[in-house]
Design a protein around this ligand. Sequence first.
Ligand code: NAP
Ligand code: MG
Length: 407
Amino acid sequence: MTNPIVEIDGDEMTRIMWAWVKEELLLPYVDLKTEYYDLHVKKRDETNDQITIQAAEAIKKWKVGVKCATITPNAERVKEYNLKKEWPSPNATIRKILDGTIFRAPILVNNVKPAIRFWKKPIIIARHAFGDIYDAVSAKFEEGSEAELVIKKKDGNVVNYNFPKFNGSGIIEAKYNIDKSITGFARASFSYALMVKLDLWFASKDTISKVYDARFKEIFNSVYENEYRNLFESNGLHYNYYLIDDALARAVRSEGGFVWACKNYEGDVFSDFVSTAFVGTLALMTSELMSPEGYYESEAAHGTVQRHYYRYLKGEKVSTNPTAIIFAWTRGLKRRAELDENQELYKFSGLLEESVKKIIESDKIMTQDVANVAEPPINAVVDTQTFIKAVKKNLENSLIKAGLFKA
Ligand code: NAP
Ligand code: MG
């Protein structure tokens, strides 16, 4: 490797698996260069969370980061780890600094059947994680109340918008979004679709929401026309706008294979729907963050798997699935490889992904969570380290075959 990737370590069971994956699957085969940031909850506490900000800044510098899951402290965690306070979610901090959009994709294996039988290729949900009802003002009102929306402009002018006459008591909500944020979301979505070479969908309800959703549609169209149409066409890709209800129906009867950019609320709902309908376990799900400037971070979609960690600490063998962590690394390495035009590294990452799939699909060696949803049902359930060892053996054989490693 010429340039490093930013390595962000984390907590609990994922921290343990992080070390195992590096030790067994990466260090023996890759000249791995990383700039290491330890986001263990105690380290964040010691540095007053400055370490999280430094890690995000490092991603700006090196363009690529891989992140282990981290504890977002609540009152219980403050007691458990004797913390100064409930530090904010590292993911939220990093996302704010990079201004990124989150992309969630299932890792498909042929013995976990999607609940929707037409689905053959991944559907990747891109969620706009800013504004709308997540930053809205809402209130209850009594019978006889009136309401208006008032916009005070910079020049002192005031514009009033009246709601219809209310016929009784009720509730009211005013939401907003920012052109710049929507534009960034659109750019991140088009860039990501280009990176994974898939069509992009965007959907809203502009027939009803004639100003609000229409603005989203308009911004997506203009970003596409001005910045991405040529790139999409030369890659044989398409951008499609649909009404949101039409999009859902189309998605369900499609064979998959597209990136679906969703407004904040739809993204919240559809990412859980699509992931559950596809693979039924969070450990077969990747999560990638892409910023409009092209800063990139990958991680597993799941958390620190606390319950397994406590069992591990008691000395029990645990069957926690390291697949999403392995894929966090391979996706980060692929991105580094693309930026640095490092074909060997790209090939290595692909072979590692294939090895994981082969162990599950052909050798039918799997962790408990996959065994629970596999078809036909499987009895051979292994612990995490046995799973990693099996992947390692397969990986080493394919690397030798590809001339990338000598035994
Ligand atoms: P979690 O860590 O995702 O685990 C929830 C449950 O999902 C587990 O108990 C386990 O079910 C199953 N699971 C998740 N990952 C698995 C894997 N790799 N292999 C097998 N099973 C897996 O969520 P949580 O327990 O709600 O959160 C724990 C901590 O993680 C919290 O402190 C939270 O703040 C943090 N968190 C961090 C991130 C992040 O950094 N991106 C995201 C979410 C949560 P069974 O116990 O039934 O086997
Ligand atoms: Mg949700």
